[in-house]
Design a protein around this ligand. Sequence first.
Ligand SMILES: NC(=[NH2+])NCCC[C@H](N)C(=O)O
Length: 287
Amino acid sequence: MAILHALGIVSCLGGPLHLCGYAAEMLRDEFSRQLPNQKRLQIQWQLLHPESQGLKEEKLTQLNKAISQFTEYWTKENRPFLIVGGDHSCAMGTWGGVLNGLSQPGQFGLIWLDAHMDANTFATSPSGNIHGMPVAALLGRADEKLAAMYPSPRIVKPENLILIGVRNYEKEEYELLRQAGVEIVFADQIHGLAPVLIKAIDKLSQSCQSIGISIDLDVVDPEDAPGVETPAQDGIKASELLAALSLINRHPKVCGLELSEFTPEKDINNKTLRLMKALIEAFYAKP
Ligand SMILES: NC(=[NH2+])NCCC[C@H](N)C(=O)O
């Protein structure tokens, strides 16, 4: 079994709640409870903690930089990776680092599965929560305060970004994405996630060397994934997301998978925790 490199981000600095930082540790324990004959993946875990001192913005700046150093290294070494947030602001570090590590950063594609657009800036955000902003930073459309938290001079080209599953957003962030020309597949346009995901991969594969997948667990309906910070009704069924990820199992162009926003205090009977584990296996374990 090949080793999967995983990085857990022990932080909820970008979101409104306080426990989403425990996701990676809980997931690691969940995997370690498996009997040897049930093991389908060998995962090497590393955990990143934010600094204990300083302002939230400073801590997030340093944290994103540290995350980016891991993903830059894995990208250069061509090693598939798994990032487990924390809140979704970690995406600035994850994909900023991948861009830093690529010889052709213009040929990087990103698939963003999320109920939200996460394309606010400090100027437009209704909440001020930084987990609602990483897409703006990744597109190079951040304001000064947000840009300072983004660890790369490189950006994702708008034509190489696809948002899937969106159903809750502010008009300002929609305007930002519309002006940039980013493709958005809204939740109510999805009749079967697998074909949508495969179409996205096929489209990006034409112009991209490498593709990342970032999953905010709130893309899934709260019925199946209640343990998230900002749930949104009418989401995708967990079974559909699992089936779609199994279909693109270890796709050669996919460099890494990111899962974010797991919030144990809201989980019900470990539903969301188990779903996270199953999603990782669906994509990374041998079928
Ligand atoms: N990663 C997330 N859960 N983002 C939710 C963002 C919600 C809202 N649009 C905001 O900016 O505050």
